[in-house]
Write a protein that binds this ligand. Structure first.
Ligand code: F6R
Length: 615
């Protein structure tokens, strides 16, 4: 949420910053800005340009003589104050000698604003960030590091921030506390960013700051230290990422109209990467070395609790089903955003699983910290290598989905499901899952990438259905048991990018209230796999049809819908435990094509941002 980028070296900073910001725009896209240090220390040493709107608006409106070889930039997702030019970052102190860009939330901003106002400081924006600039400006420390330390010592909250100061022209100081901050090492030039996406074009040699850490970044290197200014001596290392995979979808060889489309179509390859080397066909088991757990530790687990937010939470529900089915261990999923507020009971024989694409979602990270604080064991299913959640967990399963840029998560979710399937097999095989059942599932998993491909090949068919659904102001998504989290995820995707009201229900709950809403203007998307609940599900379809509710049914070939008038979308058959993921894919495509039909900005849906790093 929000993006930070910085550069210091011999090149002109503005084009580098603008390019970096455009790569971070999925993190926040309501306003953008940058500041560069011009030559000299004079009163106009810092030049700021910022405005509401997109990075391209900022670039178009940049003054002609906007030059400097050090600078920082920001793309914003508003927390304090509306998206307007004044609230855009960077923020400066009254003397315009300090400029700050900030991700996160300052919890005591209101009190600090009052105090600054009482001191005679005129605050010009509605933001919490502006107070940081004034506090740095007021500090009497001799060094920029000391000034930043002084400011942070009175601030409560979360931050990833970067500071430029007219009186310290050779450096940028950055700090992290709850919001990611990465330093990138170049050749006599250095970069900073809140996300690898803004760095990989320039360097893959990076240092990721830890919470409570700061860094001084000059053209020739960087040093890291704690709030008390003692050194942490962090070294940079190479990250194993393919810079090409971060290239803009609209201008690269894939030729997709959006990242979401590119990422959906990458799912067969991403799933294959996820499964590579992890399936044991001989013993019907899974290899998950990253969990750092012995078989006897697996056997000691009495309960599994999965924590994630949004779509990751819904896949977590699918995962809980897999674990109960295959390992026969009681399992459930809970929204990580609620977890720590109810003073959860942490049990030693419960395995906690945090699931997150970004590995930076603050609600999930804080849930992990709560579990660890209380002595629980937590593993992560995380996509971004080295992210905060991945580092905080006792072990984990990386998702290997590759960078995911579209706000609506697709390929990472598919790989989360696969991660849960592998975990369930692993847990099952040290218990009562027979070798025959293990092999049955391992074989089915190996076939999934090809089946995903078959579903994606039917895109045109889904597009046509989506265009009809897009015309409805409101929709139901229904499913039962394994199908319910599928319905939840389908509704989530639909509302997220089409802005249509979409609500998920358990099919079994329809009669207990929601059926009252069924009428010709309210379509229902129903999940009806070929399983032991098919007959009951078909019964519900009849009840909807009898009330003239239009139906789209995601089902398997050969399922008899009992003559109900419905548009059917057949997916290939797998093992029943794996149906949820195959049935989720058509729903991604329905949401995508509905949004496309409605002319929405698919990668940047209104009010949202990728990776929610504020509470
Ligand atoms: C929906 C979506 C979000 C995320 C949620 C958690 O398409 O992407 O609901 O799933 O914000 O994000 P991560 O997985 O990064 O923790």
């Amino acid at each position: 949420m929000c993006g930070i980028v910085g550069y210091i070296g011999a090149q002109q900073a503005p084009p580098i910053l603008l390019e970096g910001l455009s790569r971070l725009e999925h993190r926040g896209y309501d306003s953008a800005g940058l500041v560069v240090r011009a030559n000299g220390r004079g009163p106009r040493a810092l030049k700021v340009a910022k405005r509401a709107g997109r990075v391209r608006d900022l670039a178009d409106g940049l003054p002609k003589r906007f030059a400097g070889t050090a600078g920082i930039g920001h793309t914003r997702w508003a927390t304090h104050g509306p998206a307007n030019d004044v609230n855009a970052h960077p923020h400066t102190d009254a003397a315009q000698r300090v400029a700050v860009v900030h991700n996160g939330i300052i919890d005591n901003a209101a009190a600090l604003r009052d105090k600054l106002t009482a001191d005679g400081v005129e605050l010009v924006s509605d933001t919490d960030t502006e107070v940081i600039a004034h506090l740095i400006g007021q500090s009497e420390a001799d060094t920029l590091e000391g000034k930043v330390r002084d400011a942070l010592s009175v601030i409560d909250g979360t931050w990833g921030l970067a500071v430029l100061h007219a009186d310290f022209p050779d450096r940028i100081v950055v700090a992290r506390n709850g919001s990611p901050l990465i330093v990138g090492v170049g050749d006599k030039e250095m970069y900073v960013a809140s996300d690898l996406a803004a760095l990989v074009r320039h360097t893959t040699t990076v240092a990721m700051l830890d919470d409570g850490e700061l860094a001084t970044v000059t053209a020739n290197g960087f040093t890291t230290f704690r709030h008390d200014l003692t050194a942490t001596s962090k070294a940079a290392s190479r990250v194993d990422v393919d810079p090409a995979s971060y290239e803009d979808a609209t201008e690269n060889q894939w030729g997709h109209a959006s990242y979401m489309h590119k990422e959906m179509l990458e799912q067969p390859a991403a799933a294959e990467r996820m499964l590579r080397g992890r399936l044991d066909e001989r013993f019907g088991a899974a290899h998950l070395g990253g969990l750092n757990m012995e078989p006897r530790e697996f056997r000691a687990i009495r309960r599994v609790k999965i924590l994630g937010c949004g779509s990751a939470y819904y896949v977590g529900q699918m995962g809980a089903g897999l674990i109960e089915d295959l390992a026969r261990i009681p399992a459930d999923a809970e929204a990580a955003s609620e977890f720590r507020y109810r003073n959860p009971i942490i049990e030693p024989d419960t395995l906690y699983v945090a699931v997150s694409q970004s590995g930076e979602t603050i609600d999930s990270l804080l849930a992990v910290q709560e579990i660890r604080r209380k002595g629980g064991r937590v593993i992560g299913l995380v996509n971004v290598v080295g992210s905060a959640i991945a580092r905080e967990c006792d072990g984990g399963i990386y998702l290997h989905a590759g960078p995911e840029v579209a706000v609506a998560s697709t390929k990472a979710l598919t790989n989360m499901f696969l991660g849960f399937a592998l975990l369930a097999i692993q847990l099952g095989r040290v218990r009562d899952l027979s070798i025959a059942d293990g092999k049955r599932l391992v074989t089915a998993l190996a076939a999934l990438p090809g089946q995903i491909e078959q579903i994606l090949a039917k895109e045109e068919e889904y597009a046509e259905v989506a265009r009809t659904l897009a015309e409805a102001p409101s929709l139901f998504f229904i499913g039962r048991v394994r199908g319910f989290p599928v319905a939840r995820e389908g509704a989530q995707k639909f509302k997220e990018i089409s802005y249509r009201h979409a609500e998920a229900y358990q099919t079994s709950e329809l009669k207990h209230g929601p059926l009252a809403l069924i009428e010709p203007a309210l379509p229902t998307v129903a999940i009806v796999p070929a399983d032991d609940l098919t007959e009951r599900n078909v019964g519900a379809l009849h009840e909807i049809a009898a009330r003239r509710g239009p139906l789209v049914v995601v089902t398997h070939e050969g399922v008899d819908l009992g003559g109900v008038a419905a548009t059917r979308l057949d997916v290939p058959r797998s093992e029943p435990e794996l149906d949820p993921i195959l049935m989720t894919l058509p729903l991604q495509l329905l949401a995508y094509h509905a949004a496309l039909h409605l002319g929405h900005d698919i990668d940047k849906p209104r009010n949202l941002a990728k990776s929610v790093t504020v509470e």
